[in-house]
Design a protein around this ligand. Structure first.
Ligand SMILES: Nc1ncnc2c1ncn2[C@@H]1O[C@H](COP(=O)(O)OP(=O)(O)OP(=O)(O)O)[C@@H](O)[C@H]1O
Ligand SMILES: [Mg+2]
Length: 220
C-alpha cells in the first residue's frame, strides 16, 4: 500500500545552516498492517508523516502509494491521490474554524465527489460512534481538545481510506476515549486498511503489528 524509499528532508536552520531531519527513511506498509512509529519529540515523526501523506516533498527519495510513485507527481495528481487513498489525523487537528463539527467531517467527501446525503449520514454515524454527535452543530473553537481530535478522526475516516495516517491520535484523550480510537484503528487494520500511527508516548505500541523508532533521521 505504502512504500517510502530513501526519504531525505532538511529545513533551513539558524545562520543559513541546514538541519537534516530525515536522512534516508525506508518504510513499507502492507494492506491490513498496523505500524506504530515512535521517537523523541523533534525526531521528525510529523515531518515523515507529511512526506508520506504527500503534503510536503522530500529533498530526495520517493513515496509510492498503491504502486505509483507520487513524490514528483503534479499537484493535481497528488491531491487526487490524497482524496482517494489517505485519511490524515493531524497533530493539531486542522479543523476549519468556520464550519461546524458535522460540516468539518463532511468536508472530506467533497474531495472525492459522490452522494452528499450518504456522506452526511455516514458522518453522523461516525460522530455518534466517537461520542461527539451532540457537538455536531458546534464550531471547533467551542470544542475541547479531545472533542476536536475525535472530530478530526471522523473526518479522516469518512471516505474509508485504504491508508490512515495518524499523528499522536490519542494525545488529548482520556483513557476511555483513547481506547475507543485505538479499537477503531485496530478494526481498520483487521478489515484490510493500512494504518500508520506516530506518537512519542509508548502506550499505543501494544496494538501494533510492528513498532519502529525514528532516531537520528532513520527508522530502526
Ligand atoms: N517547516 C519547518 N521549518 C523548519 N524546521 C522544521 C519545520 N518542520 C519541522 N522542523 C524541524 O524538524 C524537526 C522535526 O520536527 P517534527 O515536527 O517532525 O518532530 P516530531 O517528531 O513530530 O516532534 P513531536 O513529537 O514534538 O511532535 C524539529 O527540529 C523541527 O523544528
Ligand atoms: Mg509531531
Amino acid at each position: 500500500m505504502l512504500r517510502a524509499v530513501g526519504l531525505v528532508k532538511s529545513f533551513a536552520g539558524l545562520h543559513g545552516a541546514r538541519v537534516r531531519v530525515l536522512a534516508g527513511v525506508d518504510l513499507a506498509v502492507a494492506p491490513g498492517e498496523y505500524v506504530v512509529i515512535t521517537g523523541a519529540s523533534g525526531s521528525g515523526k510529523s515531518t515523515l508523516l507529511n512526506l508520506v501523506g504527500l503534503l510536503e516533498d522530500p529533498d530526495a527519495g520517493e513515496v509510492w502509494l498503491a504502486d505509483r510513485p507520487l513524490s514528483h507527481a503534479s499537484r493535481g495528481e497528488k491531491s487526487r491521490a490524497r482524496g482517494r487513498l489517505i485519511g490524515y489525523v493531524f497533530q493539531s487537528f486542522l479543523l476549519v474554524a468556520s464550519l461546524t463539527a458535522l460540516d468539518n467531517v463532511c468536508l472530506a467527501a467533497r474531495y472525492v465527489g459522490g452522494d452528499r446525503a450518504a456522506a452526511r449520514r455516514r458522518a453522523l454515524g461516525l460522530l455518534e460512534q466517537f461520542g461527539v454527535a451532540h457537538r455536531r452543530d458546534h464550531y471547533p473553537p467551542q470544542l475541547s481538545g479531545g472533542e476536536q481530535q475525535r472530530v478530526a478522526y471522523c473526518r479522516a475516516m469518512l471516505n474509508d481510506p485504504p491508508l490512515l495516517l495518524a499523528d499522536e491520535p490519542t494525545g488529548n484523550l482520556d483513557a476511555e476515549q483513547a481506547g475507543a480510537i485505538r479499537e477503531a484503528l485496530r478494526r481498520r487494520a483487521r478489515s484490510g486498511g493500512a494504518v500508520v500511527v506516530v506518537g512519542h508516548r509508548p502506550e499505543p505500541t501494544q496494538d501494533a503489528d510492528r513498532v519502529l523508532t525514528l532516531t537520528e533521521g532513520v527508522l530502526k
